[in-house]
Design a binder for this molecule. Structure first.
Ligand SMILES: *Cc1c(COP(=O)(O)O)cnc(C)c1O
Length: 218
């Protein structure tokens, strides 16, 4: 089942789009099945959960952090993850940079955009993104490569389209401004209910869990 779901989604994705398998609350066995089915990237929300799986699976796949990162988990996170998709504060950037220096690693990061300006959500407000990026560039062990957004959780996933559209616009604006000074290439948007819309709006990373593993149990 997991295998077929992954194959179907991969077939649907245009060339150049990466699938991140959102693995929160899934068992080691489920993740191993996903990896053997060709999952190139596993996305985890929690460092502890990622570590348990990483200790067994290791570098057979890439690991992206897609959940909010607490500063006191940064030390472990930089050892596991190949990309942090959720850079959302300069305090976190400073801690990540310091921990990366200790292990001599350059960490690709995406800046998380709070695209609907929701007070309870993490992420940088759209109008602050360019200043935030400028500050991030001072950290020599972080490599900003694009933007990530969740968008608001709405009953009708079509309603999230304007937020994907505005995030793509912001992504393009930065691409134009920074030209070849940055490897500014990734736009991570869309989950099970919204990845098709995200693709239409220019996402080149989609993060899918439920459509692969079924509904999560809470
Ligand atoms: C859980 C999660 C996803 C995947 O959500 P599904 O609805 O299960 O596909 C994508 N992105 C983030 C940040 C998540 O936490």
């Amino acid at each position: 089942m997991i295998k077929e779901n992954i194959a179907n989604i991969l077939e649907e994705l245009p060339l150049g789009v990466d699938l991140v398998i959102a693995a929160k609350q899934r068992s080691l066995g489920e993740i191993e099945e996903a990896v053997s089915a060709g999952a190139k990237i596993i996305g985890e929300n929690y460092v502890k959960e990622a570590k348990d799986k990483f200790d067994v699976i290791g570098n057979k796949t890439k690991w992206h952090l897609i959940g909010h990162l607490q500063k006191n988990k940064a030390k472990q996170a930089v050892k596991i993850f190949d990309m942090i998709e959720t850079l959302d504060s300069l305090e976190l950037a400073a801690v990540l940079d310091r921990e990366c220096k200790k292990i001599d690693k350059i960490m690709p990061v995406l800046i998380e955009v709070n695209s609907a300006c929701e007070p309870q959500k993490s992420g940088v407000l759209p109008e602050k993104i360019e200043d935030f990026l400028k500050e991030t560039l001072k950290f020599s062990n972080l490599k900003p490569e694009g933007l990530m957004t969740m968008g608001p959780l709405l009953d009708n996933s079509e309603q999230v389209r304007p937020y994907f559209k505005s995030t793509k616009k912001l992504f393009n604006k930065i691409k134009t401004a920074y030209g070849n000074k940055l490897n500014w290439v990734y736009l991570s948007m869309g989950m099970s209910s919204s990845y098709r819309i995200a693709l239409q709006e220019g996402a080149n990373i989609v993060r899918v869990g439920t459509a692969i593993f079924g509904a999560r149990k809470y």
